[in-house]
Design a protein around this ligand. Sequence first.
Ligand SMILES: [Zn+2]
Length: 208
Amino acid sequence: MEVQKIFENNKKWVQHQLAIDTNYFKDMSKGQNPEILYIGCSDSRVTAEEMMGVGPGEAFVHRNIANMVPNTDLSAMSVIDYSLMHLKVNHVVVCGHYYCGGVKAAMQPKDLGILNPWLRNIRDVYRIHKDELNTIKDEDKKYKRLVELNVQEQCVNVIKTSEFQQAYNDRKVTVHGWVFDIHSGKLIDLKIDFEKILDQIREIYRLH
Ligand SMILES: [Zn+2]
């Protein structure tokens, strides 16, 4: 794609939005009040807003390789803090996707340089769920299951934060784990029982 084409697209988009609502940008500049924090993968095939059918202002979005929520990542932690404490979102979504390159890379025993510390977080998920994963003989099924388990563990990482626990006590914020199926375009709800997880981890991770 030519970069210049992007500016032409933008011009058309502005005209299209103004044709629907002349105050569109005026209203948008007043501020944001999103209901959802979406944490997804940077993969170019998994668009956050488009596949959820939401427009500007409806979702606060954070994307990185393999939709991770590492405790020491200042970017992810700042996004969680700002969206839960200040924007007061009511739902946190962690959305993974099948055939995730980050998860695939973590499954290979290989030195990948600067990617090593990032992928280590996914390898840790593998280690935690090693018994289940090693019973799966089909490599493709194992890969897909690791994608799901990684989403689940990142939901646990959200639940471990002080911000989430405060927001849960204050207004019963919810956490959702989803997987985007690249083959069908469908979103799959992993139906993660976050309240049960919160209950189980409280003994060690209770901050509020
Ligand atoms: Zn991915």
